[in-house]
Design a protein around this ligand. Structure first.
Ligand code: HMG
Ligand code: MG
Length: 308
């Protein structure tokens, strides 16, 4: 049965902007978050506390967190790869404190090394104290399983490899498990097989899908997850995104496209499509290009916008 309501976790400010070659001003990132929350998004992944040498775009993490005018009922999350990241995320006190942190591991050793410079086992050793301290601080902890459907270095990835990491995350106390198709190669049946492994260890409401749309499969994959009752998905306004350590990976599935599809299916998201489309237009203008979102672009053109 298709869920009646779906929660969208907007990852554009983080997953989207981390991949931009040119700097994006903190003020524009803050404006984007404001527009997204005004459009009704209730979960927003704002930034990451990672090494600025590895990901320069996220170096303004604390500045962005401090400048957001928070709306009650919105959950603001940040990525943290280690204790240094968690301490930095908590250092500013209430003004910059996230509601949720995301630890991110990979289903393959090769991607783990390229992305966070350690093996899967070492990553879990690093994450364990982060998860414990975050829980102690009253934060929700989400995990992302990168390369759950394919790896740019290893190639194919099995459902067993996915389940191995799911179990490790569960064992260290992670609340929520996200299955991520970093390079967008997953197709519906394979996505269902990976999701099934997450659902063996986590309840439906603590499992989500994170689908990059590199091969145009993301909406079909979301639909395949809906058929299983999965009702939480990461999406990215204007289809922004990619991972600096997965060459050629394009953006996440666009929030506008997902909202358009779900609206057509009478599935509630709480998101105002018009305001969302304007948010996509805003950030695309900042970046100097048309939105990757098909629905977003079509709706903007309908409103008279012209794209080169
Ligand atoms: P490392 O070099 O192994 O770390 O990097 P280290 O502990 O040896 O420290 C080296 C230097 O980094 C030191 O500075 C540390 O202070 C600094 P130095 O003494 O050289 O000046 N450092 C930090 N600085 C700021 N914040 C920190 C931090 N930690 C160490 N938290 C590390 C390990 C994980 C830090 C590094 O590999 C890194 O930052 N990687 C970034 C990975 C990343 O952000 N990837 C993109 C996000 S994941 C993603 O997009 C996938 C996802 O969307 C799901 C999907 O689609 O698959 C979530
Ligand atoms: Mg991603």
């Amino acid at each position: 049965m298709i869920p009646e309501r779906v929660t969208l976790v907007e990852v554009g400010p983080r997953d989207g902007l981390q991949n931009e070659a040119l700097p994006v001003a903190a003020a524009h990132k803050v404006e984007l978050v404001h527009r997204l929350q005004n459009a009704g998004l209730r979960e927003i992944e704002v930034t990451s506390y990672v090494s600025p040498k590895w990901v320069p775009q996220m170096a303004d993490n604390a500045q962005v967190m401090a400048a957001i005018t928070r709306q009650p009922g919105v959950r603001y999350s940040v990525l943290v790869p280690n204790m240094l990241g968690l301490h930095a995320a908590l250092a500013g006190g209430a003004a910059t404190r996230p509601d949720e942190v995301v630890v991110f591991g990979a289903a393959t050793q090769a991607f783990s090394r390229r992305n966070i410079n350690c093996s899967i086992e070492e990553s879990i050793e690093r994450f364990a104290p982060v998860v414990a301290a975050a829980r102690e601080a009253g934060l929700k902890v989400r995990a992302a399983i990168s390369c759950a459907l394919g790896c740019p270095y290893q190639g194919e990835v099995s459902a067993d490899e996915v389940e191995h990491l799911v179990k490790l995350f569960k064992a260290i106390g992670v609340h929520h498990c996200g299955v991520a198709d970093t390079i967008g190669v997953g197709t519906p049946r394979r996505v269902q097989a990976a999701m099934e492994r997450a659902l063996k260890h986590y309840p439906l409401h603590e499992v989500s899908g994170h689908f990059h749309d590199t091969y145009g499969q993301a909406l079909a994959n979301i639909h395949a997850c809906l058929e299983m009752g999965v009702h939480t998905f990461d999406t990215s306004v204007a289809g922004l995104g990619g991972c600096p350590f997965a060459k050629g990976a394009t953006g996440n599935v666009a929030t506008e496209d997902v909202v358009f599809m779900l609206r057509g299916m009478d599935v509630e998201t709480g998101v105002d499509l018009d305001a969302l489309v304007e948010s996509g237009g805003f950030i695309s203008d900042v970046l100097g290009r048309a939105p990757v979102s098909r629905a977003g672009k079509a709706l903007l053109i309908k409103r008279g916008r012209v794209f080169a």
